[in-house]
Write a protein that binds this ligand. Structure first.
Ligand code: DGL
Length: 282
């Protein structure tokens, strides 16, 4: 298999990264895709940063070594905040795997800065993501010196609702009203969903914040950035074909299949068990 023909690998703690997988499949339909959802160890958002770093490295290594991926998409903000993309890319390159690695934070921050008219913007994410300050840094880089006012809020509990398949309903609304209060008070005009699970809650979030707040998801931006990167490195497939998809989960594979198909769509046909990387990582 040539470099170009190898699959694109994505990972997340669970179902959230499927929002990014959907965008990648839609934008690059000829590419083969391998997705690992680490549902056996989710949620990442409230775990110690060193644990999340280890999980992220194991997931990335498995995609590269076990699945021969030509690029890795860290489809999880918490993982990308804990283990910066350039660190992961350098680690893989040092071991002889010089492949592009891309996260969701930079593409999301750029989309957020582009979306605002007033300069008052918000980001919501897991406790882990918000606490690292990764978005404060990414937004200030993306703003190129322009004045923007960023309000951040952690939303513990959102991910758990999505993982249980509960994306709407009075309980979700109640939690959203409480957690989004600082965002509403800051009168932002654009809000980045800084956790890949959150687009599944977009309807509720939008109802709580009102139509004047534009919701920005990093999924499409990440897919566009991935396409650029693959093109630059001569790794983009140009043949007319429909790519294959492969899904793995470290938790209940039957549940991943049921909920995953509902969330991603018909491409999610079967789910295999992921037992961790087949090779010990140092
Ligand atoms: N979907 C993930 C993110 O983007 C992580 C959610 C979690 O496991 O807490 O942050």
């Amino acid at each position: 298999m040539t470099g170009v023909q190898r699959p694109i690998g994505l990972f997340d703690s669970g179902f959230g990264g499927l929002t990014v997988a959907r965008a990648v499949i839609d934008l690059l339909p000829g590419e083969d895709v391998v997705y690992i959802g680490d549902t056996g160890r989710y949620p990442f958002g409230d775990k110690p940063i060193d644990d999340v770093r280890r999980y992220a490295r194991e997931l990335a290594w498995s995609l590269v070594v076990d699945h021969n991926c030509k690029a890795v998409v860290v489809a999880c903000n918490t993982a990308a905040a804990a283990l910066p993309i350039h660190e992961l890319e350098a680690e893989l390159a040092a071991a002889g795997h010089s492949i592009p690695v891309i996260g969701v934070i930079e593409p999301g921050a750029h989309a957020l800065v582009r979306a605002t008219r007033t300069g008052s913007i918000g980001v919501i994410g897991t406790i882990g993501t918000i606490n690292t300050g990764a978005y404060d840094r990414a937004v200030s880089r993306a703003a190129y010196g322009a004045t923007v006012q960023l309000t951040s809020a952690a939303c513990p509990g959102f991910v758990e609702f999505v993982e249980r398949g509960r994306t709407t309903g009075p309980e979700v609304t109640l939690l959203a009203e409480r957690l989004l209060a600082p965002i509403r008070d800051a009168k932002v005009d654009a809000l980045l969903l800084g956790c890949t699970h959150y687009p599944f809650l977009a309807r509720t979030i939008s109802e709580v914040l009102g139509d004047d707040v534009m919701l920005v998801s990093s999924a499409d931006e990440t897919a566009f950035a991935l396409r650029e990167l693959l093109l630059e490195r001569g790794l983009l497939r140009s043949d007319e074909r429909t790519g294959s998809t492969r899904f793995l989960s470290s938790g209940d594979v039957n549940w991943f299949e049921t909920l995953g198909r509902r969330l991603l769509g018909p491409e999610l046909e079967a789910v295999e068990l992921w037992n961790g990387p087949t090779r010990e990582i140092s």
